[in-house]
Structure formats: structure tokens, C-alpha cells
Design a protein around this ligand. Structure first.
Ligand code: EPZ
Length: 417
């Protein structure tokens, strides 16, 4: 089992480049299933989840050629194996994103029901309900979703909960359905706009992506295209929080400040000086951070994927903060690990009350999920002494070469077997 060892107390300085967004790249790779022609995706991040998705798509009959520079060309000319097995789905829930495209293109799919994960039950009932409204016949047997649809037809679907991958799955399915589909109370995340732009380049007719009403007019087929993955707004936010917590000054390239307004507002409130223009963001922090309250909600509000990182920042800020997690029912597990580092946090239901203290103590801690791992890295960067983080495979699912990028910013961090 690999571990990260961090010596805390070093302010971050320097410049790094942000990678392509994991949560945009995953649905974009699945979009290749919608056509028999080649789809070329650029700026694909080198992450474990991406590798898993590519092997799943290959197993289904997609040919995949990947260059070292994050360019992936996929061609699903013939889908030979319409199954997404448990072994793969259990390690990467985003595999559910092959369901909509498979039904639209091949008329059938057999996908292991994604189990829960550390942060919550993560049901996919809204994905299934939407596809049934579009004419799919779906049964769940022995932990697998068995879906058949001779030809999907358009439908008006109202999500009673805002779901990111639910919106993406149904948007992809609707591109080849007969007639028009309207998705209401749709998710508005930037990754959905990125996916819609790629689908439109493939010939899809989509309006309203990025708003809560998306209209898709089905077409008989889609053709190949080329698309570049948008920057990762959560990786961007994670490095900005790290620099705010350690103090210092960092410059992020190949990113976009407009993707994370709610996060930048909170960092400014904590005392950071932020400048940005086009594809870069500069952050300066030379004072002790002020405590900031955080309440997660669907985009464009404060993202749940940045909640754990702000928990670490608030541990050493001036004042007391309330952090409320409204999206997932169990996304406060980093609290126990931060308390091992002497953090002063009390949990009341889905809220954590964080009282800032002078410093955290380095300690042995354990990652429990992707963004909790990021919060422990930030805690290690600001703690006094050495922090050892175990189970960092969680981290590798969502951050490309995090210790390399942090070392480039001056952090004392290394990976050991
Ligand atoms: C996406 O997950 C992201 N993953 C998550 O990022 C992110 O935290 C989440 O959106 C919220 O922004 C990808 O895009 C691959 P949801 P998703 O469906 O789509 C409930 C990370 O760290 N719900 O928007 O699975 C659900 O339980 C990951 O990069 C249903 O009840 O999240 C949750 O409470 C973690 N039924 C809420 O909706 C459904 O059918 C939002 O979930 C679907 C969802």
C-alpha cells in the first residue's frame, strides 16, 4: 500500500498547470459509444478512474488508442459485449454513464448496479426512471441492471433531485431517441456544458445545457468529432485552498476562474488576494486565514467536492466556522482523521462546527474517499511535524501527480511504497 509523507509548515510558491477535468472526461469517453466513427478527446487526465473507464469501454468492443499527451481516440464501430461487470463498476461508480449511450446505440445493456461508496448510498434510481420514461424496459436482478429498448423515444423528465451523472446519462440517451426530450431540474455543472458541446460537435441537437432545462431533439445517428476536456475546477480549487492554508503565492495555468466563482468568493472572504484572466489564476496569501462558513449545494453554489478541503483550511483559521454538507449523507469522514491531528471540530448531523486553532499536529492518518484524501494532504501541509497518509489510492483516482505538483510548489512531500 502506497503512502504519502509530508513535512508541514512550508508556504507554497510557484506555478503549476491544471489537468483536464476528471468529471468531464469520464462522460466524454462514454459519448464514443454513441457513434461508429472515431471520437478524439484531448487533455484527458492521467487518473486511475480514466484507466478503468477505458478498460471498460475496450471490453465492450471499443478500440482505444491513447498517446502520452492525454490524447485518446476511441472508435465503437461494433459493440461486442454489452456488459459492465461488477468487478469494474464497484471500483468506479461513473461506469453507470455507459447505460444511456448503450441503450441509445445498441438497444440493450447489462450493468452492475453501482454499490454505495464511502460518502453515501449513491442510488441511480433517477437514471433508471428517466430511461424508463424514454421507453426502456429495465429490471434489476442479482445486482445487475438489465435494460432493453428497441428504440428510445423522447420524454419530458423532471428530476426531483439534481443529479449530475443522471443529467449526463439521459442527455446522451436522448441524442439518438425518436423525438424531443426535455430534462427539467437538470444539473447545471460546467462538465455538463462540456459534454453537450462535444455531443453537438458529433451532430446532436441540444439546447439549454448549463441551465436547469435541457432540450434534446433526437437525430438518426451521430458522427465522429474532436473535443478538448475542460480544466478541472476541483483540482484548481484544491491547490488554491492549499496555498491559502500554507500562505505563499501560486500561479495556476490552463484553468478558468469562471468555473469556480463560489469557491473564489470564499477564499477571498478568508483573506486571499486572487487575480485571474482567461486561463490563469494567481493567489497571494500573507495573513492568517479567517474562518469561512460553507454550505454545499448544486452548481453554481458551493461544490460538495470542495467541502473537505475547506474543513482543513478552517482548522487553522481565525474564528469558528460552520460547514454544512447537503448533497451526500456521509461526507464528513475526514473529521475523525483531522481530529487525530488535534483539530477542534464537532459534528452535529450534516454540519461540522470548526474552531480554528494555532496549528495542527502531524500524525498518521487514513484516506477514506477522494476529496477527504485531499483535505488530509492540505492538513499535512500546514501541520507541525510529519504526517503520513495511508490508502492514497483514493487520491490517485482524482488527482494527476499531486505530489509532483505540490513539490513543484515547494512542499516537502514524497510517496513511499
Ligand atoms: C457527480 O456524482 C460527481 N461525479 C461527484 O464527484 C460529485 O460529488 C457529484 O456529482 C455532486 O456534484 C462525477 O461526475 C463522475 P449526483 P453523481 O447524482 O452524479 C442523489 C468526485 O469527488 N441521487 O449529482 O453520482 C445522490 O445520492 C465525485 O469527483 C439520487 O438520489 O452525484 C446525491 O445525494 C464524488 N438518485 C445527490 O443526488 C439518483 O439516481 C447528488 O448526486 C442520482 C443521485
Amino acid at each position: 500500500m502506497q503512502k504519502l509523507i509530508i513535512q508541514g509548515g512550508v508556504p507554497l510558491h510557484g506555478e503549476i498547470s491544471i489537468s483536464g477535468a476528471k468529471n468531464a472526461a469520464l462522460p466524454l469517453l462514454c459519448a464514443a459509444l454513441l457513434t461508429g466513427e472515431s471520437l478524439k478527446i484531448n487533455n484527458v487526465p492521467a487518473l486511475h478512474d480514466i484507466t478503468t473507464m477505458l478498460s471498460l469501454l475496450k471490453q465492450m468492443g471499443t478500440t482505444v488508442s491513447a498517446s502520452g499527451a492525454g490524447e485518446v481516440t476511441l472508435s465503437a464501430a461494433t459493440l461486442t459485449h454489452l456488459v459492465a461487470p461488477y468487478e469494474m463498476v464497484k471500483t468506479m461508480r461513473a461506469a453507470i454513464l455507459v447505460l444511456g449511450p448503450m441503450l441509445a446505440r445498441a438497444g440493450e445493456a447489462e450493468i452492475s448496479l453501482p454499490g454505495g461508496c464511502a460518502i453515501g448510498l449513491r442510488p441511480v434510481d433517477l437514471h433508471i426512471k428517466g430511461l424508463q420514461a424514454m421507453g426502456a424496459d429495465i429490471h434489476i436482478r442479482h445486482g445487475y441492471i438489465h435494460a432493453v429498448a428497441k428504440k428510445l423515444h423522447g420524454a419530458r423528465i423532471v428530476f426531483d433531485i439534481v443529479t449530475v451523472t443522471g443529467t449526463e446519462n439521459l442527455m446522451m440517451a436522448a441524442t439518438l431517441a425518436e423525438g424531443t426530450t426535455i430534462l427539467e431540474n437538470a444539473a447545471r455543472e460546467p462538465e455538463i456544458i462540456d459534454l453537450a458541446n462535444c455531443l453537438k460537435a458529433m451532430g446532436a441537437k441540444i439546447q439549454g445545457a448549463g441551465t436547469d432545462i435541457i432540450t434534446i431533439e433526437g437525430v438518426p445517428s451521430l458522427h465522429g468529432a474532436e473535443h478538448t476536456v475542460m480544466p478541472d475546477r476541483i483540482e484548481t480549487g484544491t491547490f488554491l485552498v492549499a496555498a491559502t492554508a500554507t500562505g505563499g503565492e501560486i500561479h495556476l495555468k490552463n484553468t478558468d476562474a469562471h468555473l469556480l466563482d463560489a469557491v473564489l468568493d470564499k477564499l477571498t472572504e478568508a483573506g486571499a488576494r486572487i487575480d485571474s484572466n482567461g486561463n490563469w489564476i494567481n493567489l497571494k496569501m500573507h495573513t492568517k486565514p479567517k474562518s469561512v462558513n460553507v454550505r454545499t449545494a448544486p452548481y453554481p453554489a458551493f461544490p460538495t467536492d470542495m467541502q473537505a478541503q475547506f474543513m482543513s483550511l478552517n482548522c487553522i483559521a481565525d474564528g469558528t466556522a460552520i460547514i454544512t454538507e447537503t448533497i451526500f449523507e456521509n461526507r464528513l469522514m475526514h473529521v475523525q482523521e483531522l481530529k487525530r491531528m488535534n483539530a477542534s471540530i464537532e459534528v452535529e448531523g450534516n454540519a461540522a462546527i470548526v474552531t480554528g486553532i494555532a496549528h495542527l499536529d502531524g500524525a498518521n492518518v487514513m484516506a477514506t474517499d477522494l476529496r477527504a484524501s485531499a483535505s488530509l494532504v492540505i492538513a499535512g501541509l500546514i501541520a507541525q511535524g510529519e504526517t503520513v497518509i495511508d490508502r492514497i489510492y483514493h487520491l490517485d483516482r482524482g488527482y494527476e501527480n499531486i505530489e509532483g505538483k505540490l513539490s513543484a510548489l515547494g512542499a516537502q512531500i514524497r510517496r513511499i511504497q
